[in-house]
Design a protein around this ligand. Structure first.
Ligand code: FAD
Length: 462
């Protein structure tokens, strides 16, 4: 039986990063993967959605000749070709992981892995099943779409993000249930290429994990773009028997019927932890997620878990950070645990959203007195030149120490701008430091400096 220092189950952004780092640290490493290298992130999540959104953006600009000064006739979106491009981008990135594994001497075991009671790992692939031994096992098996009990995903009328990324045809109308990042991005994409979209959110605002003002801005922008936004709206049933799906939606005004050719269920994800043998081994679990300590060790020696299957934010960069931290600890390095208070989150709609740290609401809930500084994109020369004036930068600073506690950006390029603020938070930078930092002109990032100045009522440009 082959034997490894580390066997990683799952080659998503948690698993592949952990495997490569472990090999770099001198371990003999194998990765078991039942499907595509790169996991959901590269194949069904982060990357293919961004490729589609880029197509939508290119199409949008091609239709904006009146604004930007050109003529273009017969500009027609072709979803099939957009999907082909998106799949090629994913395949290219997946091949990149294959290359990295080869370069770093990581062995790939293609097949479904499960852990035997003696802690060897069984691999069921195309050939005969076989077992391998490993001193340490990291489980990084990710997640799959959740669904509402009364609206099971059938892949045709009621679809998940998977089918939404490779549709047979463009639906004329689409009802999206759930306005988190996945629901909002796909709602935006389909609306941008001409599908009539209704976005239904149970809570009282869309992108409910974001700052309240960010939610309000995205609602305005979505409505301006023609998306019908329903909040405080609970889907009670979905009838798929007719030509159009009929959603019974309970709102403050009573029960409304939403009709759509297709329904996209975007109500979160569930961890892939069944069939792994974890319960039999006595691994502590809670609602399908593996309970781990701050070094990702489960309740059973030698078994670790990272990424979407543990109760931390289900984000690719979180999974990768956990993988690096977990492997570093296994190797005996002196490392810091992941700081979950300083994790950025992005939603790649137009306008984009990016945030890190405390929102104004969260600070109030925690009883922290804060000062707020805000700068609108309407006052940004670069945003105006780009024809992208929807949005703002909002900073939350501690009222006593002036240290930046939170940053909330909605507007073009938000996701490219948040990294600097994550670093600022890590380094406990003060708003006054940011205000005295010279940002390049003209850039949208100047709005960060201006928002910092606004905290001290020093804004010059508005
Ligand atoms: P995964 O990426 O899910 O990888 C797990 C791997 O394990 C899979 O390849 C699976 O085939 C394999 N596997 C499972 N069980 C077994 C088994 N028994 N044996 C062998 N292999 C197994 N996050 C962001 O940070 N930014 C984004 O923009 C973003 N966009 C997203 C858009 C969509 C539509 C979706 C669905 C998700 C998005 N996410 C985004 C979330 C991100 O994709 C996940 O948080 C991330 O992929 C989790 O990484 P992971 O390594 O835990 O698992």
């Amino acid at each position: 039986m082959d034997s490894y220092d580390l066997l990683v189950i799952g080659a998503g952004p948690g698993g592949y990063v952990a495997a490569i780092r472990a090999s770099q640290l001198g371990m003999k490493v194998a990765v078991a993967e039942r499907s595509e290298l790169g996991g959901v992130c590269l194949n069904w999540g982060c990357i293919p959605t961004k490729a589609l959104l880029k197509s939508a953006s290119a199409y949008h600009y091609a239709t904006c000749g009146d604004t930007f000064g050109f003529s273009a006739e017969n500009v027609v979106p072709d979803l099939g070709r957009m999907v082909t491009r998106s799949r090629e981008v994913s395949a290219q990135m997946s091949r990149g992981i294959e290359f990295l594994f080869k370069k770093n001497n990581v062995t790939v075991l293609q097949g479904q892995a499960s852990i035997n009671e003696d802690k060897t790992v069984r691999i069921d692939g195309e050939g005969p099943a076989f077992n391998v031994a490993a001193k340490n096992i990291i489980v990084a098996t990710g997640s799959r779409p959740n669904s509402l009990p009364f609206a099971p995903i059938d892949g045709e009328r009621i679809i998940s993000y998977r089918q939404a990324l490779i549709p047979d045809k463009q639906p004329k109308s689409l009802a999206v249930i759930g306005s988190g990042a996945i629901g909002s991005e796909l709602a935006f994409f389909y609306s941008a290429i001409g599908t009539e979209v209704t976005l239904v959110e149970y809570l009282d605002r869309i992108v409910p994990l974001e700052d309240d003002e960010v939610s309000a801005q995205l609602s305005r922008s979505f409505r301006k773009a023609g998306i019908k936004v329903m909040v405080s709206a609970q889907v009670k049933s979905v009838d798929v028997t007719g030509e159009l799906c009929k959603l019974a939606v309970e709102t403050k005004k009573g029960t409304e019927t939403v009709e759509a050719e297709t329904v996209l269920s975007a109500v979160g994800v569930v961890p892939n932890t069944e069939y792994l043998g974890l319960e039999k081994l006595g691994v502590d679990m809670n609602r399908g997620k593996v309970i781990v300590d701050k070094w990702y060790k489960s309740s059973v020696d030698g078994i670790y878990a990272i990424g979407d299957i543990i109760p931390t934010q289900a984000l690719a960069h979180v999974a990768s950070a956990e993988g690096i931290c977990c492997v570093g600890k296994i190797a005996g390095l002196d490392i810091e645990p992941v700081d979950y208070d300083n994790i950025p989150g992005c939603t790649y709609t137009s306008p984009e959203i990016a945030s890190v740290g405390l929102s104004e609401r969260k600070a109030a809930e925690l009883g922290i007195e804060v000062k707020i500084g805000k700068f609108p994109y309407t006052a940004s020369g670069k945003a105006t030149a780009a024809g992208a004036r929807d949005g703002f930068v909002k900073l939350v600073a501690d009222a006593g120490t002036d240290v930046i506690l939170g940053a909330h950006i909605i507007g073009e390029n938000a996701s490219e701008m948040i990294g600097g603020l994550v670093a600022a938070r890590k380094l406990k930078v003060k708003a006054s430091d940011l205000a005295r930092t010279v940002f390049p002109h003209p850039t949208m990032s100047e709005a960060i400096m201006e928002a910092a100045e606004a905290i001290h009522n020093e804004t010059i440009h508005i």
